[in-house]
Design a protein around this ligand. Structure first.
Ligand code: CTP
Length: 403
């Protein structure tokens, strides 16, 4: 694919080098198009080396080849990062006073802009209007992150990490915002049931597959909330994050929030048991040479969601996840059968299962799953956790269309 990376004149322009490199390393043909002001922050030589293409941002050179039209027609995707407040204003008003803006006005390519500026500028009513105009025209405006800004100040306005921009732009190219207006709740991580003030009964879930699902849904335009169970996350990427530790925390959050979502994804490892009377202080071995833990079963949160959906007749898609331990020699068919049995037992719409024997999948960047659905053909899929997340969203998409 031909990708044009527009760069405007802000301090975050130095990060555009990694964006150019990111697309290039994935095998795309990349051209960098900095504005004259961007060249105050990053050198054309750097961009030429990383894009393997000449950088020419002069509107008035090479005019006999009608350069702005050629660039506009050859691009499949245009990504402007960073996009300054001044650029957003000029682009939203249809001004074409440099090569980048001329190309943008002449192109049919999908366009992504990643704004970066101080919080005051991002929150200024003019910028808010300009962003709304661009979004209405089908441009993907990547939300800036919160964090340290150029001075000593912090707040919303930072350019997201280059890898995140590359990922969101490519997702936008292939799926558009096909989940726009859908409200997703992702429950990610693993619960810890306290034994005393410092110890707990826990599990090996890293939360990575859940976070990948949240990112993939967000990249496709969904409004995503997250229940993050014992995982450290960059909350700036998910402003609607609720932190939880125990099954009872998650249960309370689901009772409060559950009814408000079109789709709830439950890749969380919810402890099946909790300690009946956890000690409020710290247990000491010298005082207690043996220790018996009295465990009681936790409620099944997913089945509770199914019951509450039934009692309120809400249209909602519920997706369960099951980590199974296959025996040596068992096939994916065996995993599918387990998934189907659990789908029926829990009454959810889709069950996604993987084989976790050996335990290496927990911290891994990749995963292999089978998906089964009430009225859907079973599918197997393997890939990075983000690719698996996209495949799961593709699988449940027909169910969401019925909402
Ligand atoms: N789950 C839940 N509440 C529990 C346990 C599990 O909501 N108390 C959810 C998990 O988040 C997951 C799905 O149910 O989405 C399947 O989890 P799993 O542990 O495989 O289900 P169990 O019913 O505990 O089945 P098993 O006996 O095989 O452990």
């Amino acid at each position: 694919m031909h990708i044009l990376v527009g760069i405007t004149g802000g301090i975050a322009a130095y990060k555009s080098a990694s964006i150019v490199r990111g697309f290039s390393e994935l095998g795309h043909v990349v051209k960098a198009l900095p504005t004259q002001n961007a060249l105050r922050f990053i050198g054309a030589t750097t961009l030429e080396a990383l894009s393997h293409n000449v950088v020419d941002s002069d509107l008035y050179s090479d005019v006999e080849n009608v350069k702005h039209i050629a660039l506009a027609q050859e691009a499949d995707l245009i990504v402007v990062a960073p996009a300054t407040a001044a650029f957003l204003a000029r682009y939203a008003s249809g001004l074409a006073d440099d090569l980048l803006l001329n190309v943008l006005l002449a192109t049919n390519a999908k366009v992504v802009v990643a704004p970066a500026m101080h919080s005051e500028m991002w929150q200024h009513p003019t910028t808010i209007e300009n962003v709304a105009k661009l979004r209405n025209r089908g441009v993907l405006v990547v939300e800036p992150d919160s964090g340290r800004l150029t001075g000593n100040d912090s707040g919303v306005g930072r350019l997201p990490e280059p890898a995140e921009i590359v990922r969101s732009a490519l997702a936008f190219y292939s799926s558009g915002l096909d989940l726009a207006n859908k409200r997703f709740l992702v429950v990610a991580g693993g619960t810890r049931e306290p034994i005393d003030a410092v110890r707990f009964v826990g599990n090996s879930s890293s939360g990575k597959q859940g976070l990948a699902l949240a990112e993939a849904a967000k990249d496709r335009g969904a409004e995503v909330s997250l229940i993050a169970i014992n995982i450290d996350i960059e909350v700036s990427s998910f402003p609607h994050t609720h932190k939880a530790k125990t099954t009872s925390d998650v249960q309370a959050l689901l009772e409060e929030l559950g009814p408000h979502f079109d789709c709830i994804l439950m890749p969380a490892a919810i402890s099946d048991y909790r300690v009946v009377n956890p000690a409020s202080g710290k247990l000491h071995r010298a005082e207690q040479p043996t220790l018996e833990l009295h465990l009681v079963a936790n409620p099944d949160l997913l089945s509770n969601l199914v019951s509450s959906r039934k009692s309120t007749s809400k249209n909602q898609v519920l997706v369960g996840f099951a980590a199974e331990v296959l025996q040596p020699g068992d096939s994916l068919q065996a995993l599918q059968e387990l998934a189907k049995a659990k789908l029926d037992r829990k009454g959810v719409d889709v069950m996604v299962s993987n084989d976790v024997s050996g335990g290496s999948v927990f911290s891994s960047e990749t995963n292999e799953v089978v998906m089964v659905g009430k009225d859907l053909n079973p599918i197997d899929f393997a890939g990075t956790k983000y690719e698996v997340a996209r495949a799961i969203l593709d699988y449940i998409k027909p169910l969401l269309a019925n909402l």
